[in-house]
Each structure stands twice: as structure tokens, then as C-alpha cells.
Design a protein around this ligand. Structure first.
Ligand code: ADP
Length: 170
């Protein structure tokens, strides 16, 4: 089966998809950037499920590179998949934890039966991953991950992010 990769510039909380991926932090209790936007627009149901996950499975937080799903609340989606990107550590940062975010999110999407999945540019905000490198890792990983997802949509917030992903997609 082939997965189509599409690019959109805009706010991921306005997207319609089976699953919307959140660049969460390990607390799962919300934050700034895309995380804050998802909780604001999606409403309190998402946070309630995140709290329950903290209490049941992730007492020490969701580890970097892993992913877990909740309801999407009022978003136009069935699920939010929360994944924790790595903080960029400077030149030579190991790309593996960032690649793992994309792979694990797609694995969770497959488990759920999601056919369309929207991703933000994970780790490129407060976690400071350089945009070009993040785009390369995101596109390569999605291309190399076997999945039943029909459409992976990267939703890029600004021109700079959109152009970086467009260059990688060729
Ligand atoms: P991280 O902590 O993983 O770096 P951030 O949320 O700080 O996550 O940033 C990740 C990327 O998401 C950044 O490129 C940022 O510009 C972008 N972003 C912020 N808000 C939104 C949004 N509402 N929709 C899509 N992308 C967003």
C-alpha cells in the first residue's frame, strides 16, 4: 500500500484528519506551542485523558520518542497522538529519538486504524531542532516506515517550515 505525503501550511488544530499528532512534553499535562493550541481548541477532555494516562501507565512521564493516543475532544479528528520530541543538543545531536517520534506515532495510528494523520514539525519550536534537519528526518522516516496510513500530512506553521519540508519532499 502506498502512503501519500502532503504538505499544508497553517494551524494543525484547524485540520480534519483521523489523527492529529501533538508535539507534547513528557508530563503530558500541556505546554506551549502546538501542545497549548491543541488543548485550547480541543477542550478539557484531552487533558483529562492525559491525566489518566499519567496516573495509570506513565507515572514518570511519557519517554522521549514514544507516542500515546487520546480522544481529540472538540478537534475535527478522532484521536490526538501525543509524542515527545527530543531537545536538540547542538551539532551532532542523535536523530534517532526524533525519527522514533514519527515511527511510533505511525505505529499507534495503525493500531487505531487511522488512515489520515497530521503531523506538526516535532521538536522545531522550544526544543530547537534546526528546521532543515528536522524536515529531513521527518520525511525520510515517514518514507521508510511501513504503515497502513493512506495520507501523512505535515502541517507547517510558517513559511520557513513549509519551505524546508517542500525542499525535502522534492
Ligand atoms: P517542540 O517542543 O516539539 O519544539 P513546539 O510546539 O514548540 O514543539 O513547536 C513545534 C513546531 O510546531 C514549531 O515549528 C512551531 O512553529 C509549530 N507550531 C506551533 N503552533 C502550531 C500550530 N497551532 N499548528 C501547527 N504547528 C504549530
Amino acid at each position: 500500500m502506498t502512503t501519500t505525503i502532503t504538505l499544508v501550511q497553517g494551524d494543525i488544530t484547524h485540520q480534519s484528519a483521523d489523527a492529529i499528532v501533538n508535539a507534547a512534553n513528557s508530563s503530558l499535562l500541556g505546554g506551549g506551542g502546538v501542545d497549548g493550541a491543541i488543548h485550547r481548541r480541543g477542550g478539557p477532555e484531552i487533558l483529562a485523558e492525559c491525566r489518566a494516562l499519567r496516573a495509570s501507565r506513565y507515572g514518570r512521564g511519557l519517554p522521549t520518542g514514544q507516542a500515546v493516543a487520546t480522544t481529540a475532544g472538540r478537534l475535527d479528528a478522532r484521536w490526538v497522538i501525543h509524542t515527545v520530541g527530543p531537545v536538540h543538543q547542538g551539532p551532532g545531536s542523535d536523530p534517532e529519538p526524533l525519527a522514533s517520534c514519527y515511527r511510533e506515532s505511525l505505529r499507534v495510528a495503525d493500531e487505531l486504524g487511522a488512515r489520515t494523520v497530521a503531523f506538526p514539525a516535532i521538536s522545531t519550536g522550544v526544543y530547537r531542532w534546526p528546521m532543515d534537519d528536522a524536515a529531513r528526518i521527518a520525511v525520510e522516516t515517514v518514507r521508510n516506515t511501513p504503515t497502513a496510513v493512506d495520507e501523512v500530512r505535515f502541517v507547517l506553521f510558517d513559511d520557513r517550515a513549509y519551505e524546508a519540508f517542500a525542499r525535502r519532499l522534492g
